[in-house]
Design a protein around this ligand. Structure first.
Ligand SMILES: Nc1ncnc2c1ncn2[C@@H]1O[C@H](COP(=O)(O)OP(=O)(O)O)[C@@H](O)[C@H]1O
Ligand SMILES: [Mg+2]
Length: 384
């Protein structure tokens, strides 16, 4: 049995998710421990600012943030080891996704940027750290995202029902298992990122706890139709997106004056419906035969969003990923632990049918553990 730690701070920037997983000799993976660490407020503010273009000397600020987040990630690893009493030497590797600051899969840029310096994680923890998982897939012509579908397929294998996994993070990502075309997966569109931003603007809180505010609003059908007509939502996969696209400026641009003429709670209810409807449409378009949708990510804790989803998918079973034996809050972190395992084994981590890459590739850069006993060149004779 080997143990790995997975780390990710998702689009929502609500915290660092840490997962300690075990992978048995027969390949079976189990989640031993999961915990989310809130991001320190100044770090969170700076991350939010750098996610969108603007301000002075973005490169210098990005470099400072890369380092600060690296320290926070290393501290999260220290904490999970203390929590569980597992010594660092028992961990084969850490898989650290970091925090995406920008993701531009479109031609022209075709690059992605995650911060959270992995050299700091390896240095502070003494554990081999694998990071920068997305760019190799992009180098092979892929979107670099989503990466979780390969893990979903590995973890769930084949079941009695045709299944999909829906991750309701900042963005909604859908994985379609067992389709006629094999494994599929793509970013459907917005989920919590718009709900969180709209809540912050109107209530001043980071999230609409339990969806209670949305529940006081009524869906505005005309606004919902305008939002659902967004070209990204109608585009066929492969596709991936982020908060560079789905943000409050997007909402302003789509709805114009209507955004300010309507009750804010009604807009929130409409945004909940937008997520549910865009997921349902994507499912019907890409995999009508899906019978069960397993939900993970923070959205699983929002009963109003879950009810909207069930309403939009009448003939399908909607359940939490917990039913399949994995805590829905740590699916993504566990995926990066598994991807670290794949990288060390020299095995591919991407699913080309999902990302659109030309071929399967080993993902991630490996930063080895440990302190070298001798400085470089120490073994050879002077001047050698
Ligand atoms: N109790 C809750 N009520 C409503 N929304 C919640 C609740 N818990 C989590 N969420 C939502 O889930 C989000 C975090 O989901 P997460 O899967 O961590 O997303 P990401 O991967 O983008 O970080 C929060 O920002 C919030 O919108
Ligand atoms: Mg999160």
């Amino acid at each position: 049995m080997a143990r790995y730690i997975g780390l990710i701070s998702g689009t929502s920037m609500d915290g660092i998710d840490t997962a300690l997983v075990s992978i048995a000799g027969d390949g079976r993976l189990s989640l031993d421990h999961g915990r989310t660490w809130p991001l320190p407020e100044p770090l969170q503010r700076e991350l939010h600012e750098l996610c969108q273009a603007g301000g002075t000397d973005e490169l210098r600020r990005m470099m400072g943030l890369d380092r600060a987040l690296g320290e926070a990630l290393a501290a999260a690893v220290g904490a999970i080891l203390r929590d569980t009493g597992v010594p660092a030497r028992a961990i084969t590797a850490i898989g650290s996704h970091g925090q995406t600051l920008r993701h531009y899969p479109e031609p022209g840029v075709h690059s992605t940027l995650q911060v959270g310096d992995p050299t700091i994680i390896a240095e502070r923890t003494g554990i081999t750290t694998v990071a920068d998982f997305r760019r190799r897939d992009m180098a092979a012509g892929g979107e670099g995202a989503p990466l979780a579908p390969a893990f979903h397929q590995f973890f769930l294998g084949r079941g009695p029902l045709r299944r999909a996994v829906l991750n309701l993070g900042g963005i909604a990502n859908l994985t379609l298992l067992d389709t006629a075309d094999g494994l599929m997966g793509f970013d459907c569109g917005p989920a919590n990122t718009l709900l969180d931003r709209w809540t912050r603007r109107h209530l001043g809180t980071s999230l609409d706890e339990g969806g209670t505010w949305a529940a006081t609003g009524k869906v505005i059908p005309e606004c919902l139709d305008v939002l659902l007509a967004d070209p990204y939502l109608g585009r066929p996969p492969p596709k991936s997106t982020g908060r560079e696209y789905f943000n409050l400026e997007w909402l302003e641009a789509r709805l114009g004056d209507a955004l300010h003429e309507q009750r804010a709670a009604d807009i929130q209810a409409t945004l909940v419906a937008l997520t549910a409807q865009s997921v349902a449409r994507a499912l019907v378009r890409s995999a009508k035969e899906v019978e069960e949708v397993l939900v993970c990510g923070g959205g699983v804790h929002n009963p109003v969003l879950m009810a909207a989803l069930e309403g939009a998918l009448p003939s399908r079973r909607v359940a939490s990923m917990a039913e399949a034996g994995l805590d829905p809050d740590y699916v993504e972190a566990a995926a990066f632990a598994w991807l670290a395992h794949r990288a060390l084994a020299g095995k591919p981590g991407n699913a080309p049918s999902v990302t659109g890459a030309r071929h399967a590739v080993v993902l991630g850069a490996i930063h080895p553990a440990g302190v070298s006993a001798q400085p470089p060149g120490g073994e050879s004779s002077p001047g050698g």
